[in-house]
Ligand binder design. Sequence first.
Ligand code: GLA
Length: 345
Amino acid sequence: MQRQENTSLDDLGQNVRRAFAECCDGNPDVLAYAPGRVNLIGEHTDYNDGFVLPMAIGCGTMVAGRARADGQIKVFAVDLDMSRSSFATDQPILPDAQQPWSNYVRGVAAALQEDGLTLSGADLVIAGNVPKGAGLSSSASLEIATGLVLAALAGQPDYDRTALALAGQRAENEFAGCHCGIMDQLVSARARSGKAMLLDCRSLDVVHADMPKGLAIMIVHSGIDRGLVDGEYNIRRIQCYAAAQHYGVAALRDLDVAGLEAGKHGLDPIAYLRARHVVSENERTILAADALQNADLAELGKLMADSHISMRDDFAITTPEIDRLVTLLQAAIGKNGGARMTGGG
Ligand code: GLA
């Protein structure tokens, strides 16, 4: 497992350097890598100020960069047949509808500038190996790797990683049109190898959790394209906010299951179901972090199974094919672990 990870990282590095030499003549000044992620549990809790328990995976995005004196940022995408896009750092940075892939880069540059970083011009070359559209956060890994390179070229190689994650989230919200939470960017920016990360999405405090010895994390692709398009995601967000307003709380994180039941009168039935998922999922996530700590895989498996049922019945983000696959995996794993759908849906 470890060896495979290193090999693919080496390959990416070589790829990106070779491409840099071809399209920009010479070598990059900076190389940065950021991983994709898988979420063990805590789905759609992040934008409700709740807890999530993701970890980095062995695939990610590598960005090579070199400063330019003319203030232009020129970007080349190795995986898109060397598509290119460019923009100026001394003009307002705007999204480009013709080249949506470049909006992650543009959005991060704009956010870092807004945060007070004086960006230098740059040649950037990007290559990645996170499967796209598979719910493994290829876009967050692109945002974070881009941010690391831009910050380093601006003379701040130790730029705060939480600030970088927030800039990536703004890129996603304002330039890519997905009103995602902070989980993907924060785990990509701050995860430690081989550890899960319990993240409090209100305080942004992180606890790096050891994994039980011998535990394997398997990511199984259903073969079905990602179903929850950004529009559906954004609708779930609105429903959650409506529920929080009904209960008079800042976010659903501030409710427990008893409070949810006691105050449900007058709440739209769909909003109630969405809220029930978030409130129960939040509780499961904290329990799952304990179960992981205690190497209690049977308990972890039960929490994962309940999480899947809640995503299926209350949050309505699974499909019959995925439900079936999860049932098969759960039967195969038994009490030695668990299975659930992961990601936005
Ligand atoms: C997507 C979003 C995250 C999170 C998950 C669901 O991955 O980018 O912020 O909301 O969905 O848990």
